[in-house]
Design a binder for this molecule. Structure first.
Ligand SMILES: [Zn+2]
Length: 99
């Protein structure tokens, strides 16, 4: 069990949840890179997909969802401190001439 004050950071796996039958991508999932992938975050493309995605089923054809196009991402979950949140002084540098 993790201590409350501990914010796990490290490598995670991120990928798209894609239907095996119709190949639609309906959500993306992310979670710790473990032996058995258990996503801690799932983002659905549309709110009405949520119920199907929770059952790992495609909202269109009820096909099985599968994790595809996975990538390793490094996650730093430490909260920002007051120093990080302080606004920067002065004007931001000009990016382009406004005409
Ligand atoms: Zn489908």
């Amino acid at each position: 069990m993790l201590d409350q004050a501990e914010y796990p950071s490290g490598w995670e796996i991120r990928g798209d949840l894609v239907c095996l039958l119709c190949a639609r991508s309906v959500a993306s999932a992310q979670g710790p890179a473990d032996q058995r992938f258990a996503p801690s975050t799932i983002r659905v493309r549309l709110p009405e997909y949520t119920e199907s995605v929770r059952r790992m089923r495609c909202p269109f054809c009820a096909g099985r969802l599968w994790l595809q196009d996975t990538e390793d991402v490094y996650v730093d979950r430490r909260p920002l401190d007051a120093q990080d949140l302080r606004p920067r002084r002065g004007r931001p540098p000009k990016l382009a001439n406004a005409s």
